[in-house]
Design a protein around this ligand. Structure first.
Ligand code: NAD
Ligand code: IPM
Ligand code: MN
Length: 352
């Protein structure tokens, strides 16, 4: 029997509320589609930090390495500086496991009233390929003369040809399996080194993929067109920071961050892939039981796809679609009054 080992890190805030629902969906899929899933939970995050002075134990990454996949909720708590919590856990996993593709689908589901009135599912169906290991998140820089009036802080972007080419190639291949349109987002009018390298690699690769139509655009224009002309986008590829920002915009196009899913992949499969909602720990609603679990459940669908359980992956996405079609089953972020558990239970019922 197919057997998958999944590490589960609920993390902080609403991560604690939405991840258990994702695990239930995973287990329901195992029963219905005839595979086994063994989950192990790790209590890492800001609570752990406040007790132990670190976000995960020193051998944390080694303990994750043997798993087939990781499901993560969110990291972040007002009691811990965000750069400490994120660099201590999530960014560590992405970087050290070389999960260089961050895949983020953006689709407007039927029944959800998007912010662009009159638009429907046919207008918003794209997937972001975010470079996930370098760029603006390289972690290179420093501060001198700290605390003085002469203080200088530097944060250097690092774009390597290898890192740029591998993520662009992934995006071209993905475009080939979809509608063959690739939007490549940079800011090469102002950033004459990093972004120009990115553009040159895009051009070189586009000669290998003549069947893929490439649209090179600057990130400011991309933000504009994503809102006014979402139907023009199919696969969107961008650097770490630009795609981070644009995928929250993408989540808004979907109607809520509560629907935005993500997969962090090392396509060579040397490391376990990490699946997580795009959203954070949402301290403003944490503990109220009203966080939308569908972003996490959609991320579970991405995980099932990655594990080769395509039928289960499609069933989960169909169940999500069926649930949001019914206004009574929506959480407050989608204008409803359902709780996290009610929405998740409805997904489970459709799945069964
Ligand atoms: P956020 O994504 O947590 O919240 C932004 C807004 O979206 C809030 O109003 C929140 O209530 C709403 N929202 C988010 N997810 C929702 C859901 N599932 N259902 C309903 N509403 C939802 O972003 P933020 O406020 O900028 O960050 C809060 C904390 O989370 C910070 O510590 C930040 O660093 C961290 N963060 C972590 C991750 C991650 O772990 N992947 C991602 C983003 C932010
Ligand atoms: C995301 C998040 C993270 C990122 C933060 C929390 C470091 O915003 O996954 O989109 O910027 O990558
Ligand atoms: Mn983000």
């Amino acid at each position: 029997m197919r057997n998958y080992r999944v590490a589960v890190i609920p993390g902080d805030g609403i991560g604690q509320e939405v991840v258990p629902e994702g695990v239930r969906v995973l287990e329901a899929c195992a029963r219905r589609f005839g595979f086994q899933v063994h989950t192990e939970e790790f209590p890492w995050g800001c609570g752990y930090y406040l007790q132990h002075g670190r976000m995960m134990p020193p051998d944390g990454l080694d303990r994750l390495r043997g798993f087939d996949a990781i499901l993560l909720g969110a990291v972040g708590d007002p009691r811990v500086p965000d750069h400490v919590s994120l660099w201590g856990l999530l960014l560590q996993i992405r970087k050290r496991f070389d999960l260089y593709v961050n895949l983020r689908p953006v689709r407007l589901l039927e029944g959800v009233r998007g912010p662009l009135s009159g638009r429907g599912p046919g207008d918003v169906d794209m997937v972001f390929v975010r470079e996930n290991t370098e760029g603006e998140y390289a972690g290179v820089g420093g501060r001198v003369a700290e605390g003085t009036a002469e203080e200088v802080a530097l944060q250097t972007s690092v774009y390597t040809r290898r890192g740029t080419e591998r993520v662009l190639r992934y995006a071209f291949e993905l475009a080939r399996r979809r509608r063959r349109r690739l939007a490549s987002v940079t800011k090469s009018n102002a950033l004459q080194y990093t972004a120009v390298l990115w553009d040159e690699v895009t051009e070189a690769l586009s000669r290998e993929y003549p069947d893929v139509e490439v649209w090179k655009l600057h990130v400011d224009a991309a933000a504009y067109h994503l809102v006014l002309n979402p139907q023009r986008f199919d696969v969107v590829v961008g650097s770490n920071l630009y795609a981070d920002i644009l995928t929250d915009l993408g989540a808004a196009l979907q109607g809520s961050l509560g629907l935005a899913a993500s997969a962090n992949l090392d396509p060579s499969r040397r490391s376990p892939a990490l699946f997580e909602p795009v959203h954070g720990s949402a301290p403003d609603i944490a503990g109220k039981g009203i966080a939308n679990p569908l972003a996490t459940i959609w991320s579970v669908s991405l995980m099932l796809d990655y594990l080769g359980e395509e039928e289960a992956a499609a069933a989960v996405l169909e169940a999500v679609q069926a649930v949001v079609r019914d206004p009574r089953l929506r959480t407050p972020d989608l204008g409803g009054s359902a709780t996290t558990q009610q929405t998740a239970a409805a997904v489970l019922e459709v799945l069964r």
